[in-house]
Design a binder for this molecule. Structure first.
Ligand code: DON
Length: 310
């Protein structure tokens, strides 16, 4: 099915919400960020923004959650807007096949991270956003982008989550200093880390995140924040790298560009058709939402929205 009516889609989402609650394995919330570790895993929300401006939702779609690595999509969009293709001198565009926080390839590849979505690549991208400014100024830019994209000013950074990650973020700290040793950070590592932890701590609900994604879905009435070429390229990176070493499996099961976060959110783009946000805080072995991934699979099967469909 490539054309799905909004009433049919709404009843599918309502049924999906009921059926996921029958799950007895919700996965495990991110345990290395104490503020996220204590979130009850048995929660679910899904929102689908459509080209006519409607947002269809089910579950706890008005509950904010920590978007974590989903923020990397918006930072990348801001940085490509600021410096364009210069970013690719510092970061690659290939899947890593390693976990989001891996340091292994960074040593082998002389401090040039494989892509902007693994933590090392996101730190370089955030460093490019920072560009000699104060962290608050860089954060205002990315938050402004997200608020404009979502058409909603009520989107904020959760300071408790940022502090919680800062206190325990030894791996990201190691990555930042390793990048600095290869001269691939241009700001003091602590300023880049400060910006990165706060960017990851942006809190949104699934309605807001689905609306923000309409700039990537290229809806006619979405805010004009990105050229179509840039949106297409970011979608390509989401498809190939957005789920780390689970990206191939996500493409196989869902067939749509997606970006996950350890807060349990996933932003999924069906170009021209829908922008989808799903949230469930328990994670699978790749650090991506377990129930969220399953729900995305079922939504893709119901709608036939895979970009690989004929
Ligand atoms: O840097 C971290 O580890 C987290 N702030 C973000 C990682 C993340 O969301 C990975 N995504 N699934």
């Amino acid at each position: 099915m490539t054309r799905v009516s909004p009433p049919d889609l709404q009843s599918f989402l309502t049924d999906l919400d009921m059926s996921v609650h029958a799950a007895n394995d919700w996965g495990t919330p991110a345990n290395y960020i104490p503020e996220l570790a204590c979130i009850a895993p048995d929660q679910f929300a899904i929102s689908v923004a459509l080209p006519d401006g409607q947002v269809l939702s089910a579950g706890c779609h008005d509950q904010p959650f920590s978007i974590q690595s989903v923020s990397k999509v918006f930072t990348l969009a801001c940085v490509l807007g600021r410096i364009g293709d210069e970013l690719w001198d510092r970061v690659g565009r290939e899947p890593s096949g390693t976990s989001f926080d891996s340091i292994v390839l960074l040593e082998r590849e002389q401090g040039r991270p494989r892509n902007p979505f693994i933590n090392a690549g996101a730190l370089v991208t955030t460093d490019a956003l920072l560009d000699g400014r104060m962290p608050a100024d860089a954060l205002a830019e990315v938050l402004g982008f997200i608020r404009t994209a979502a058409g909603d000013t009520n989107i904020h950074i959760d300071g408790d989550v940022a502090t919680s990650e800062k206190v325990t973020g030894h791996r990201n700290t190691a990555l930042a200093y390793y990048l600095a040793s290869h001269k691939n950070l241009h700001n003091p590592p602590n300023s880049t880390l400060e910006t990165y932890f706060h960017q990851c701590a942006i809190a949104m609900n699934t309605d807001q995140l689905a609306r923000a994604g309409t700039v990537l879905a290229r809806f006619q009435n979405a805010p004009r924040l990105l050229s179509s070429e840039r949106a297409r390229r970011i979608n390509a990176l989401m498809m190939t790298c957005g789920h780390y070493d689970g990206s191939g499996d996500f493409a196989f099961r869902v067939g749509l560009p997606g970006k996950s976060g350890v807060g349990g959110g996933i932003l999924i783009i069906a170009p021209g058709k829908a922008s989808i946000a799903v949230w469930s805080p328990g994670l699978n072995n790749y650090g991506n939402s377990k129930v969220g991934t399953e729900a995305a699979h079922r939504l893709a099967q119901f709608t036939g929205w895979s970009v690989f469909a004929g």
